[in-house]
Design a protein around this ligand. Structure first.
Ligand SMILES: [Zn+2]
Length: 285
Protein backbone atom coordinates (compact mmCIF):
# COMPACT_ATOMS: atom_id res chain seq x y z
CA UNK A 1 0.00 0.00 0.00
CA UNK A 2 1.37 3.43 -0.85
CA UNK A 3 2.70 5.21 2.24
CA UNK A 4 3.87 8.78 2.74
CA UNK A 5 6.89 8.64 0.36
CA UNK A 6 4.89 7.04 -2.46
CA UNK A 7 2.05 9.55 -2.10
CA UNK A 8 4.59 12.38 -1.94
CA UNK A 9 6.15 11.08 -5.17
CA UNK A 10 2.74 11.18 -6.85
CA UNK A 11 2.13 14.69 -5.50
CA UNK A 12 5.44 15.89 -6.95
CA UNK A 13 4.58 14.28 -10.27
CA UNK A 14 1.27 16.13 -10.40
CA UNK A 15 3.06 19.41 -9.62
CA UNK A 16 5.59 18.68 -12.39
CA UNK A 17 2.77 18.10 -14.90
CA UNK A 18 2.00 21.85 -14.57
CA UNK A 19 -1.73 21.58 -15.12
CA UNK A 20 -3.08 25.14 -15.21
CA UNK A 21 -6.17 25.14 -17.44
CA UNK A 22 -9.70 24.81 -16.07
CA UNK A 23 -11.65 21.57 -15.97
CA UNK A 24 -13.96 21.25 -18.97
CA UNK A 25 -15.44 17.79 -18.48
CA UNK A 26 -15.43 14.82 -16.21
CA UNK A 27 -15.86 11.10 -16.81
CA UNK A 28 -16.36 8.63 -13.99
CA UNK A 29 -16.61 4.85 -14.43
CA UNK A 30 -19.74 3.19 -13.11
CA UNK A 31 -17.71 1.17 -10.59
CA UNK A 32 -17.77 2.33 -7.00
CA UNK A 33 -14.49 2.70 -5.16
CA UNK A 34 -14.40 0.85 -1.88
CA UNK A 35 -12.67 3.03 0.65
CA UNK A 36 -15.51 3.42 3.13
CA UNK A 37 -17.98 5.81 4.65
CA UNK A 38 -16.08 9.10 4.35
CA UNK A 39 -15.80 8.65 0.60
CA UNK A 40 -19.32 7.77 -0.48
CA UNK A 41 -20.29 11.28 -1.54
CA UNK A 42 -17.71 11.86 -4.26
CA UNK A 43 -19.23 15.16 -5.40
CA UNK A 44 -16.78 15.34 -8.32
CA UNK A 45 -19.05 17.48 -10.50
CA UNK A 46 -18.17 20.60 -8.50
CA UNK A 47 -14.78 20.58 -10.23
CA UNK A 48 -16.14 21.26 -13.74
CA UNK A 49 -15.21 24.83 -14.63
CA UNK A 50 -12.72 25.14 -11.77
CA UNK A 51 -9.06 25.98 -12.24
CA UNK A 52 -6.35 23.73 -10.75
CA UNK A 53 -3.98 25.18 -8.15
CA UNK A 54 -1.58 23.88 -5.54
CA UNK A 55 -1.17 20.14 -4.97
CA UNK A 56 -0.64 19.29 -1.31
CA UNK A 57 -0.33 16.15 0.76
CA UNK A 58 -1.59 15.23 4.22
CA UNK A 59 -0.57 11.76 5.44
CA UNK A 60 -1.42 9.36 2.62
CA UNK A 61 -3.88 11.81 1.01
CA UNK A 62 -3.34 14.08 -1.96
CA UNK A 63 -5.22 17.37 -1.73
CA UNK A 64 -5.37 19.10 -5.12
CA UNK A 65 -6.75 22.60 -4.73
CA UNK A 66 -9.04 24.14 -7.36
CA UNK A 67 -10.51 27.60 -7.70
CA UNK A 68 -14.13 27.84 -8.73
CA UNK A 69 -16.86 30.02 -7.27
CA UNK A 70 -15.20 29.10 -3.96
CA UNK A 71 -11.95 27.39 -2.95
CA UNK A 72 -12.38 23.74 -3.84
CA UNK A 73 -10.24 20.63 -3.61
CA UNK A 74 -10.02 17.13 -5.01
CA UNK A 75 -9.02 14.60 -2.37
CA UNK A 76 -7.32 11.46 -3.65
CA UNK A 77 -6.45 8.31 -1.69
CA UNK A 78 -4.48 5.68 -3.61
CA UNK A 79 -5.72 2.78 -1.46
CA UNK A 80 -3.80 -0.37 -2.39
CA UNK A 81 -3.36 -0.12 -6.15
CA UNK A 82 -4.47 3.39 -7.12
CA UNK A 83 -2.45 5.34 -9.69
CA UNK A 84 -2.67 8.89 -10.96
CA UNK A 85 -1.47 10.02 -14.36
CA UNK A 86 -1.82 13.01 -16.66
CA UNK A 87 -2.46 11.93 -20.25
CA UNK A 88 -3.46 13.47 -23.57
CA UNK A 89 -7.22 13.34 -23.81
CA UNK A 90 -7.11 11.21 -26.98
CA UNK A 91 -4.73 8.59 -25.56
CA UNK A 92 -6.36 5.21 -24.85
CA UNK A 93 -7.55 4.75 -21.30
CA UNK A 94 -5.99 1.94 -19.28
CA UNK A 95 -8.22 -0.80 -17.90
CA UNK A 96 -9.61 0.04 -14.47
CA UNK A 97 -9.63 3.77 -15.16
CA UNK A 98 -12.23 5.26 -12.81
CA UNK A 99 -11.82 8.99 -13.34
CA UNK A 100 -10.81 11.18 -16.28
CA UNK A 101 -10.82 14.88 -15.44
CA UNK A 102 -10.46 16.81 -18.70
CA UNK A 103 -8.68 20.18 -18.76
CA UNK A 104 -8.95 22.92 -21.39
CA UNK A 105 -5.47 22.07 -22.74
CA UNK A 106 -6.80 18.64 -23.82
CA UNK A 107 -5.04 16.75 -21.08
CA UNK A 108 -6.72 14.54 -18.48
CA UNK A 109 -6.03 13.56 -14.92
CA UNK A 110 -6.68 9.84 -14.83
CA UNK A 111 -7.20 7.71 -11.76
CA UNK A 112 -6.66 3.99 -12.35
CA UNK A 113 -7.30 1.45 -9.59
CA UNK A 114 -7.62 -2.29 -10.33
CA UNK A 115 -8.55 -3.30 -6.78
CA UNK A 116 -10.68 -0.20 -6.07
CA UNK A 117 -9.58 0.39 -2.48
CA UNK A 118 -8.74 3.97 -3.40
CA UNK A 119 -10.99 6.97 -2.96
CA UNK A 120 -11.92 10.24 -4.66
CA UNK A 121 -13.84 13.13 -3.18
CA UNK A 122 -14.29 16.80 -4.05
CA UNK A 123 -15.83 19.75 -2.28
CA UNK A 124 -15.13 23.03 -0.58
CA UNK A 125 -11.55 23.02 0.69
CA UNK A 126 -12.57 24.25 4.13
CA UNK A 127 -15.16 21.57 4.65
CA UNK A 128 -12.88 18.81 3.38
CA UNK A 129 -10.21 19.96 5.83
CA UNK A 130 -12.74 20.06 8.66
CA UNK A 131 -14.24 16.62 8.12
CA UNK A 132 -12.95 13.02 8.20
CA UNK A 133 -10.64 11.64 7.00
CA UNK A 134 -8.47 14.78 6.97
CA UNK A 135 -9.72 16.10 10.31
CA UNK A 136 -8.80 12.85 12.07
CA UNK A 137 -5.17 12.69 10.94
CA UNK A 138 -2.33 12.89 13.44
CA UNK A 139 0.99 14.68 13.29
CA UNK A 140 2.97 14.89 10.03
CA UNK A 141 6.32 13.21 10.62
CA UNK A 142 8.18 15.48 8.18
CA UNK A 143 6.83 18.71 9.66
CA UNK A 144 9.24 20.83 11.70
CA UNK A 145 8.83 20.08 15.39
CA UNK A 146 8.27 16.36 14.93
CA UNK A 147 10.49 14.65 17.50
CA UNK A 148 10.56 11.96 20.17
CA UNK A 149 8.48 14.06 22.55
CA UNK A 150 5.79 14.63 19.91
CA UNK A 151 5.67 10.92 19.15
CA UNK A 152 5.58 9.97 22.82
CA UNK A 153 2.79 12.44 23.51
CA UNK A 154 0.58 10.64 20.98
CA UNK A 155 1.60 7.02 21.50
CA UNK A 156 3.31 6.88 24.90
CA UNK A 157 0.22 5.64 26.76
CA UNK A 158 -0.59 2.91 24.24
CA UNK A 159 -0.46 -0.69 25.43
CA UNK A 160 -0.24 -1.84 21.83
CA UNK A 161 2.85 -3.15 20.10
CA UNK A 162 4.84 -0.14 18.91
CA UNK A 163 4.77 -1.33 15.29
CA UNK A 164 0.96 -1.50 15.35
CA UNK A 165 0.66 1.82 17.19
CA UNK A 166 2.73 3.55 14.50
CA UNK A 167 0.20 2.51 11.85
CA UNK A 168 -2.59 4.48 13.57
CA UNK A 169 -3.14 7.40 11.17
CA UNK A 170 -4.84 9.46 13.89
CA UNK A 171 -1.55 9.49 15.82
CA UNK A 172 1.07 9.82 13.07
CA UNK A 173 -0.10 10.39 9.49
CA UNK A 174 1.47 8.62 6.53
CA UNK A 175 3.43 5.79 8.16
CA UNK A 176 2.54 2.27 7.03
CA UNK A 177 4.02 -1.15 7.64
CA UNK A 178 7.12 -0.91 5.45
CA UNK A 179 8.46 2.35 6.86
CA UNK A 180 7.43 1.41 10.44
CA UNK A 181 9.40 -1.85 10.21
CA UNK A 182 12.41 -0.04 8.73
CA UNK A 183 12.37 2.73 11.34
CA UNK A 184 12.10 0.26 14.24
CA UNK A 185 15.16 -1.59 12.95
CA UNK A 186 17.19 1.62 12.68
CA UNK A 187 16.02 2.69 16.15
CA UNK A 188 16.88 -0.81 17.52
CA UNK A 189 13.43 -1.29 19.00
CA UNK A 190 11.61 -4.65 19.00
CA UNK A 191 8.48 -4.17 16.86
CA UNK A 192 6.29 -5.92 19.43
CA UNK A 193 7.52 -3.94 22.44
CA UNK A 194 4.59 -2.26 24.15
CA UNK A 195 4.59 1.45 23.33
CA UNK A 196 3.87 2.33 26.97
CA UNK A 197 7.11 0.67 28.05
CA UNK A 198 9.47 2.64 25.77
CA UNK A 199 11.88 5.09 27.40
CA UNK A 200 12.30 8.69 26.30
CA UNK A 201 15.57 7.86 24.52
CA UNK A 202 13.81 5.17 22.48
CA UNK A 203 11.15 7.67 21.36
CA UNK A 204 13.91 10.05 20.28
CA UNK A 205 15.64 7.33 18.27
CA UNK A 206 12.36 6.24 16.71
CA UNK A 207 11.32 9.75 15.64
CA UNK A 208 14.73 10.35 14.06
CA UNK A 209 14.59 6.96 12.32
CA UNK A 210 11.11 7.64 10.92
CA UNK A 211 12.26 10.93 9.44
CA UNK A 212 15.31 9.22 7.96
CA UNK A 213 13.45 6.33 6.31
CA UNK A 214 10.64 8.55 4.99
CA UNK A 215 13.10 11.08 3.53
CA UNK A 216 15.10 8.26 1.95
CA UNK A 217 11.88 6.85 0.50
CA UNK A 218 11.01 10.20 -1.07
CA UNK A 219 14.56 10.63 -2.37
CA UNK A 220 14.23 7.22 -4.05
CA UNK A 221 10.86 8.01 -5.61
CA UNK A 222 9.00 5.57 -3.34
CA UNK A 223 9.05 1.83 -2.77
CA UNK A 224 7.65 -0.48 -5.46
CA UNK A 225 7.15 -4.01 -4.16
CA UNK A 226 4.40 -4.75 -6.66
CA UNK A 227 1.94 -2.10 -7.75
CA UNK A 228 3.26 1.36 -7.02
CA UNK A 229 3.95 3.62 -10.02
CA UNK A 230 4.52 7.36 -10.09
CA UNK A 231 2.58 9.83 -12.25
CA UNK A 232 4.56 8.95 -15.38
CA UNK A 233 4.31 5.20 -14.78
CA UNK A 234 7.78 4.57 -13.37
CA UNK A 235 8.51 2.27 -10.42
CA UNK A 236 10.22 3.61 -7.28
CA UNK A 237 13.76 2.62 -6.31
CA UNK A 238 13.51 2.48 -2.52
CA UNK A 239 12.96 -1.29 -2.42
CA UNK A 240 16.69 -1.63 -3.21
CA UNK A 241 17.57 0.45 -0.13
CA UNK A 242 15.31 -1.24 2.42
CA UNK A 243 17.42 -2.51 5.34
CA UNK A 244 15.19 -5.34 6.58
CA UNK A 245 11.69 -5.29 5.08
CA UNK A 246 11.29 -8.26 2.73
CA UNK A 247 14.73 -9.60 3.69
CA UNK A 248 13.92 -12.34 6.25
CA UNK A 249 16.66 -14.98 6.28
CA UNK A 250 19.26 -12.61 4.89
CA UNK A 251 22.09 -11.33 7.11
CA UNK A 252 21.37 -8.23 9.18
CA UNK A 253 23.13 -5.26 7.55
CA UNK A 254 24.31 -4.19 11.00
CA UNK A 255 25.44 -7.40 12.79
CA UNK A 256 25.22 -10.23 10.25
CA UNK A 257 22.71 -12.34 12.20
CA UNK A 258 19.91 -13.84 10.08
CA UNK A 259 16.90 -11.52 9.98
CA UNK A 260 13.63 -13.03 11.22
CA UNK A 261 10.08 -12.54 10.05
CA UNK A 262 7.18 -12.07 12.45
CA UNK A 263 3.44 -11.69 12.09
CA UNK A 264 1.22 -9.75 14.43
CA UNK A 265 -2.27 -8.40 14.03
CA UNK A 266 -2.43 -9.89 10.54
CA UNK A 267 0.63 -7.95 9.34
CA UNK A 268 4.06 -9.39 8.82
CA UNK A 269 7.38 -7.72 9.37
CA UNK A 270 11.08 -8.40 9.76
CA UNK A 271 13.44 -7.83 12.67
CA UNK A 272 17.02 -8.52 13.76
CA UNK A 273 16.96 -10.74 16.87
CA UNK A 274 20.25 -9.20 18.08
CA UNK A 275 19.80 -5.49 17.35
CA UNK A 276 16.12 -5.51 18.26
CA UNK A 277 16.29 -7.75 21.30
CA UNK A 278 13.05 -8.53 23.11
CA UNK A 279 12.64 -6.20 26.03
CA UNK A 280 12.32 -7.97 29.39
CA UNK A 281 8.58 -8.22 29.88
CA UNK A 282 6.83 -5.39 28.09
CA UNK A 283 6.42 -7.07 24.75
CA UNK A 284 3.54 -8.77 23.08
CA UNK A 285 3.76 -12.48 22.35
ZN1 LIG B 1 21.49 -7.17 13.59
Amino acid sequence: MPELPEVESVRRGLVAARVREPVTALWRSEHPLRIGEHWREENLDVLVGARPGAVRRRGKHIIWEFTGPTRLALLIHLGMTGRCGVAKAGAPRARHTHLALRFADDRELRFVDPRRFGGLRAGALASLNASPPLSTLGVEPLDPGFDGAALRERLGASKRAIRDALLDQTAVAGVGNIYAVEALFIARIHPLARAVRLRATAWDRLAAALVRVLEQGIENGGTTLKDFRNVVGEVGRNQDDLAVYGRAGQPCPSCGQALESFTHGGRSGVLCPVDQARPRGGWIR
